[in-house]
Write a protein of this length. Sequence first.
Length: 248
Amino acid sequence: MSSSTQTVLDYSDVPRHVAVIMDGNGRWAKKRLLPRAVGHKRGLEALEKVAAQCARLGVRYLTVFAFSTENWRRPSEEVSFLMGLFLQALQKQVEVMHRNNMRLRIIGDRSRFSDSIVAGIEAAERLTAGNSGLTLAVAADYGGRSDILRAVNKLLAAGKETIGESDLAAELALGGAPEPDLFIRTGGEQRISNFLLWQLAYTELYFTDTLWPDFDETQFDLAIQSFRSRERRFGRTSEQLPPEQQRS
């Protein structure tokens, strides 16, 4: 849908928390006979645009899947490039985020990252910790199953004999953040791929064939428009919802 024919959205009802699997960087580059590295660079630019739009619209949390535990299996030169791009973003883009009152969190296992990347993560999180605008959480070397296992083992090690949902949720990597209202996956695949397995239980899912480097403000508007058309019942019937939450 072109911007000229797009429905004008009412941004008074936007999700508090949006989670995104940014899929399609490599295929975007391949279609253009370009190195995969170019696709990843364009993917970073797309993330900057989406984060800025989330901040403008009043979305409070944006969580993106940047690098999974399984991505270490990719060709070594691609992994090396991605690590370099990650470090570059930490060094350059975080200042922009800080000026725009955004907070950065990196979730996942940091043990396999280089010392320079870990130092960059810690410096970026310190710099932006006091900001009150959009929180951008970047999942790097992250897996939903390992996140749950780590939380359970931490609770057991602390002597917890009975574990409740609230106990577990607090120990997950995104502990303290609301569960995502909207999940977006670009690139045509329709899987969750081990991302936020606990938190996505009642999240509205949105899949698009658009490759991540092409996912711009117009595409994000379409995802929001789809979200606003959903009736979120959480186990109730339509008739039990307040009139303003019912969808015809």
